[in-house]
Write a protein that binds this ligand. Structure first.
Ligand code: 9PG
Length: 504
């Protein structure tokens, strides 16, 4: 491992024979396994670039040019190839680009932040080498990998209309049905505004601090969602502390991303008062009785901008904010990141969302194809990306997002529900569900129980074949993410190898 500012390699391989495995910047950014000569999409809309990617190192948008964060693999038809991986991501973003050349492939590695070591290896076994290098990064950053938890989350059934009573109702049902959840997690919707976490939304029918007591009595660990690095322009936080906001070159608070009906400000996590606020916030909600926190939209802490301390890198600034949250929540708190820079979080978070949101529909094809955006909520996007980051279990507990077992208020077919269940099984990390438990029939409950069964992470069988532009062939089964039946598997389906032997 040498510390480079920029390095490049020329690989003696015909580009049309090479496949590339890339990983986007944060939880929701795409990870893919694609022919090198294909086009890497970049979202047309700027707010999607800010909210789904690193706006300072976007996907290329060019055929034959693939950009990846932290690590990259180039795969030859024989399963060998080349793997590059950063050695440490605590202060530095490592950027990879592979470019189809004339009879060869050019790879470059650049860094943002203090130069840090990278590994680059030619290998006969890309899968094994990638896993080993990812694990090395995990060790260098003291990865936290506590046992996985089984979580009920309020988002995908109640969205922002969640009420205190609805969560309790589900918790009572879970207890009565003896569903093996560890955590009941209240998501977005309880708070007065983005940034104003300590005040209740009038629609919530109570205050978030009133939930942990009854949840504990029902036998569950209480969990709470926060987007701690964001502040809505209309929030009290932004009005009372304009000096805490990340600014642009023009000195004005940045408006970044677009959610909850408009753009948002981000906090400047190098500002000492912001760090105190974040520490106190995490300590306060911990004090309410929440030892499990889902920390969302964390990319806000690492956006490009002008910071109070200009000497700190973006990755470094992000980590200062995350450290403050960890300090406030306590060493024994379980912190799940979401919408978060993936590698820069290792060692501070216990679990991490490793793909876009699951949704009760397979996909929004027009958004993906016409807007170049596969970071939005859909079952297809979640599978595509979370499967292509199978190695993330060396960094934290991966969270590929929720199972959806309900048949009402869902457009997913039985095959598609089975594919989501298969993803939870092969990823082997957190198990989550968000279905309203009251409406589930026996068949749906049986699938839910199956989705809550813990399993160790599986490994890909090959990266030289795939059914869709993602990692699809695993030891325990095969996913078909394409639109047509293939290898004996229906479109959007999953077949465990116990039932189908080597049909692909
Ligand atoms: C609450 C939700 C849930 C969900 C999170 C997050 O624009 N986007 O790309 C985008 C992606 C995900 C998202 C919102 C916006 O949902 O992943 O589980 O907690 O926030 O608001």
């Amino acid at each position: 491992m040498d510390p480079p500012a920029l390095r490049s390699w020329t690989l003696p391989a015909p580009p049309e024979e090479v496949r590339v495995l890339v990983s986007g910047y944060q939880s929701w950014s795409e990870a893919e396994l694609r022919p090198l000569t294909d086009l890497q999409s970049v979202p047309l809309m700027r707010w999607r670039q800010e909210q789904g990617h690193d706006p300072a190192f976007l996907p290329s948008g060019e055929a034959g040019v693939w950009r990846s964060h932290t690590l990259i693999a180039l795969v030859r038809p024989d399963g060998g190839g080349w793997v590059g991986c950063a050695g440490n991501a605590a202060a530095t973003f490592t950027h990879w680009e592979a470019r189809a050349g004339n009879g060869n492939v050019e790879v470059t590695c650049t860094q943002e932040g203090p130069p840090t070591g990278v590994a680059w290896e030619e290998t006969g076994d890309v899968i094994g080498t990638l896993e080993a290098l990812a694990a090395r990064l995990g060790q260098a950053m003291n990865a936290r990998t506590p046992p996985p938890l089984r979580v009920w989350c309020s988002w995908y059934s109640y969205y922002r209309d969640v009420t205190l009573e609805a969560v309790l109702q589900n918790a009572r049902l879970a207890r009565d049905l003896r569903l093996p959840f560890d955590v009941f997690q209240l998501d977005d919707g309880f708070q007065a505004g983005i940034g104003d976490w300590l005040d209740a939304s009038p629609g919530f029918g109570g205050h978030a601090r009133d939930l942990p007591g009854p949840l504990r009595e029902l036998g569950f660990t209480p969990g709470l969602w926060l987007a701690p690095f964001l502040a809505a322009p209309t929030s009290r936080l932004a009005a009372e502390h304009p000096e805490w906001l990340l600014r642009g070159e023009d000195g004005q608070p940045l408006l970044a991303g677009h959610n909850w009906g408009g753009p948002n400000h981000a906090l400047d996590t190098t500002h000492p008062e912001v760090l105190t606020w974040l520490r106190d916030l995490a300590a306060t909600v911990r004090g309410w009785g929440y030892p499990y926190l889902k920390l969302d939209f964390l990319f806000g802490g690492a956006l490009p901008g002008v910071r109070h301390d200009p000497a700190v890198s973006r990755a470094g600034a992000y980590r200062m904010g995350l450290q403050a949250l960890r300090d406030g929540a306590g060493e024994d708190a379980f912190l799940l990141g979401c919408g978060a820079p993936l590698a820069a979080s290792v060692g501070l978070l216990d679990a991490m969302r490793t793909g876009p949101d699951v949704a009760p529909l397979w996909e929004e094809e027009s958004r993906r194809l016409w807007l170049g955006d596969a970071t939005g909520p859909s079952a297809r996007n979640a599978l595509h990306t979370a499967l292509s980051r199978w190695y993330a279990h060396a960094w934290y507990q991966p969270d590929p997002d929720v199972a959806i077992v309900r048949r009402e208020r869902s457009l997913l077919t039985e095959e598609e529900r089975g594919a989501v269940a298969g993803m939870l099984d092969v990823i082997g990390g957190l198990r989550a569900s968000s279905d309203p438990l009251g409406g589930l029939d026996g068949r749906e409950l049986a699938l839910l129980r199956r989705c809550l069964e813990l399993s160790p992470p599986d490994r890909p069988r090959t990266l030289t074949h795939s059914l869709g532009g993602a990692v699809t062939h695993f030891g325990r089964g095969t996913f078909n993410l394409t639109q047509t039946a293939a290898g004996g598997i229906p479109a959007h389906g999953y077949r465990s190898r116990e039932v189908s032997h080597d049909r692909d």
